[in-house]
Write a protein that binds this ligand. Sequence first.
Ligand code: SF4
Ligand code: SF4
Ligand code: SF4
Length: 469
Amino acid sequence: MSISKKQATRNHIFYEVTRSLCPVCRKVIDAQVLLRDNKVYLRKHCPDHGWHEALVSTNVDYYVNSLKYNKPGQLPNDFATDVDKGCPHDCGLCSEHQQHTCVGLIEITNRCNLSCPICFADSGVNYDLSVKQVEDILDRLMETEDRPEVLQLSGGEPTIHPQIFEIIKAVKDRNIQYVMLNTNGLRIADDPDFVKELAKYKPAIYLQFDGLTDKTYAQIRGHELLSVKKRALDNIAEAGMDAVLVASIARGINEDEIGDILRFGLEHPAVRGVCYQPITYVGRCAVEQNPLDRATLTDVIDSIEKQTDGLFKTSDFIPMPCPHPVCSASTIAFVDEKEVIPIPRIIDIDDYLDFITNRSTPNITAELQPALEALWSMSLAVGSDKMAKSLECVACGVSLPANLAESIPKGSFIWIHVHGFMDEHTFDIKRLMKCCIHQLLPDGRAVPFCAYNNLPYREQVKQSMVKRK
Ligand code: SF4
Ligand code: SF4
Ligand code: SF4
């Protein structure tokens, strides 16, 4: 018997197996999660379309350690569908789903006054939900949730729905505490009467805001929109409403503007938060991106540290515990003219939000625990009384400079969120099953957002709406 040469080793560490989608035919297939060169990849094989690999994260430590923030899920009061074909084809929610609805989303229209090259909703089929349909959806939400907290009105472009105010009123009438309007801001920028009426209801404005150069808007939105976005924000401030800037981040287009967006948000009186979303290949995505070299959640967090000269650091970002913790991360900071103090620098968040290993830690402060859980929740209502109370509680539990502690209820804070939505390349069923952002459909179903975008659910709704016309 001859002595063999040293056997080769694989160039990755095999971490686990999950289920994903074939990026060609969208069949559900097994996927390996592999760790290689401090990056996380999904590797999968479709019997008809061969092997595919996609980058998921650029920080193995972050990915692996985020699991300790995985909070036990909460049951909804009712499920809408049976377990039949298997996940993700039974949405939903079916009884195997692992989290209730933290954020309910209603696409009240498919129409839009823009035609962005990267529209995940693939707007343009031209339907509006009726007010009655929206009311039925809301009533169903009231049945499944004891006290729904956050409802997002989305589209298409929700501000061009002819009954937008009746719809906002229907949400408020049901005592749903927090209404968000996901908008491109065009109408808010240029229709003063609309803004005046909107100010009566004071929804939080989730304003699409991808950067501070016209070049970026031309590439991502098809038009040079910077002045429109700034005008919309000024109108929001003047009307006494709060805004969250929502930036889609694409490799090679606007990654270098991540810090500028945050600095701009810190200085604008309307802005209470900034939400970054690396772009996904869903809906209509005409911007060329490489699945192996794309902007990820961890890239965005790294860029925030680098491009703000450490004003915010990677260690300030904590994975969100209510969905799967790999999905998103946030930080909240107290802010005044002189300083920015991210909460994770003054409290060891692990003492409170490490749900896997620290659940029986005896010495944690009883008041701080729920305050921090409320702040690191997808149902956090930025600018709400509940958020102000949680921040006050945190401020009492630590020694903040008096000027900052006193001004918290008036809004001296910023929330920064990074959300890594999934597409056919990064789709991971373990994340989907814990999703807490649910698209609420006219037929009473609640479909986890990434299932709605990657499987035929949106198409089904479009077809049924077009048939009704
Ligand atoms: S994503 Fe959730 S609701 Fe949908 S099929 Fe899977 S477990 Fe059921
Ligand atoms: S991304 Fe938003 S603003 Fe752009 S076309 Fe789609 S719905 Fe309209
Ligand atoms: S929407 Fe997608 S990325 Fe976000 S929590 Fe749900 S499954 Fe995760």
